[in-house]
Design a protein around this ligand. Structure first.
Ligand SMILES: [Zn+2]
Length: 124
């Protein structure tokens, strides 16, 4: 491998580059050097890794956890409601519901021996 064409940047420059505090030109020059110089690339990577998370992506704050908890509770409530609806739907219908349905739509009795409820009411 050919030696890097540019002089090694100072460690402070690499640290500033990791903090994205350098100008675009200088950043480009340092990055070009790091492409040719694994040693400086290593230093730059180390400097980036040593950056506190606050400058980059923020860690999950207290409010993030609270909103996640609220989301979970809402999800559980929806699942519970669905479970309750499915459970009550699979049960046999209540007696009152069954009677009112029969009165509106009388089924023909097998054999024809019993009259529909509506006829009984009218005849009585
Ligand atoms: Zn170098």
């Amino acid at each position: 491998m050919s030696p890097p064409s540019t002089p090694h940047p100072r460690p402070t420059d690499l640290a500033n580059l990791a903090r994205e505090k350098l100008g675009r030109k200088k950043t480009q020059r340092l990055l070009d050097h790091c492409k040719e110089c694994p040693d400086c690339a290593e230093q730059l990577l180390r400097a980036v890794r040593e950056q506190p998370l606050a400058t980059g992506r923020p860690a999950l704050s207290k409010w993030n956890w609270i909103s996640i908890g609220v989301l979970l509770v809402a999800l559980l409530a929806v699942v519970g409601a669905l479970w309750w609806i499915l459970r009550s739907a699979s049960r046999p219908p209540a007696i009152g519901f069954e009677l009112s349905q029969d009165a509106e739509q009388p089924l023909p009795a097998p054999g024809g021996s019993t009259l529909p409820p509506s006829v009984i009411v009218r005849g009585g």
